[in-house]
Design a protein around this ligand. Structure first.
Ligand SMILES: C[S@@+](CC[C@H](N)C(=O)[O-])C[C@H]1O[C@@H](n2cnc3c(N)ncnc32)[C@H](O)[C@@H]1O
Length: 186
């Protein structure tokens, strides 16, 4: 749980590269939305695809435990915090640790941005009975499969609430057909 106030956490965000400098991570706006919506959460979070841990670091100040999946071994920059577990595994080939991650009420899906893989991550995530699913790069024109899957999922599953957030459609330097992120309340 965070010892930092919301404001201090937002200052911590400023020390992390923004999406304009590091395309693989989420934007500052995305991270600040997570702070506003999940500050002091009592549950765990699963991050599917964590790369250098830029978002994992912020998640570790919001949630009890962070389980961060990645197929590559952790980079030397990956944040070392007691409540972050680096899950070195292939999300699509290795079994998901359902009982270990059962307190993850929130799953952030940010791994392979293709329709089939996003669908697989979602299907596995649902085995944890999460309350929220979050997708990064939802509206990025380079990854149409993410939006296609999420929009189909929303149409079919009719979740309680869908909130689009993060960088908007008219962002300079990155071509978006919709917002950067989407939060789905199940
Ligand atoms: C977009 S990056 C994640 C960025 C991170 N969530 C952040 O906000 O900083 C996607 C990550 O997924 C990882 N990845 C790709 N294929 C994977 C797989 N099959 N299983 C697990 N991780 C994978 C990549 O190595 C990469 O680090």
């Amino acid at each position: 749980m965070s010892q930092l106030s919301r404001e201090e956490l937002k200052n911590l965000v400023l020390t992390i590269p923004d999406k304009f400098h590091w395309r693989q991570t989420t934007s500052h706006q995305f991270k600040n939305f997570l702070i506003d919506n999940f500050y002091d959460s009592k549950c765990d979070v699963l991050e599917v695809g964590c790369h250098k841990g830029h978002t994992s670091l912020i998640l570790s100040h919001l949630f009890k435990n962070v389980f961060a999946i990645n197929k590559n071994p952790p980079s030397s920059e990956f944040p070392q915090r007691d409540n972050i577990t680096y899950e070195h595994m292939n999300s699509y080939e290795d079994p998901w640790k359902i009982s270990k991650w059962k307190r993850c009420d929130v799953v952030l899906i940010d791994c392979v941005h293709e329709f089939t893989e996003v669908k697989k991550d979602t299907k596995n995530a649902l085995k944890l009975s999460p309350k929220f699913l979050i997708y990064d790069d939802y509206g990025d024109k380079r990854f149409p499969g993410v939006k296609r899957f999420v929009d189909e999922f929303v149409k079919e599953e009719k979740p309680k609430k869908v909130t689009k957030f993060g960088l908007p459609r008219n962002t300079k330097w990155i071509e978006y057909m919709d917002t950067e992120g989407v939060l789905i309340e199940l």
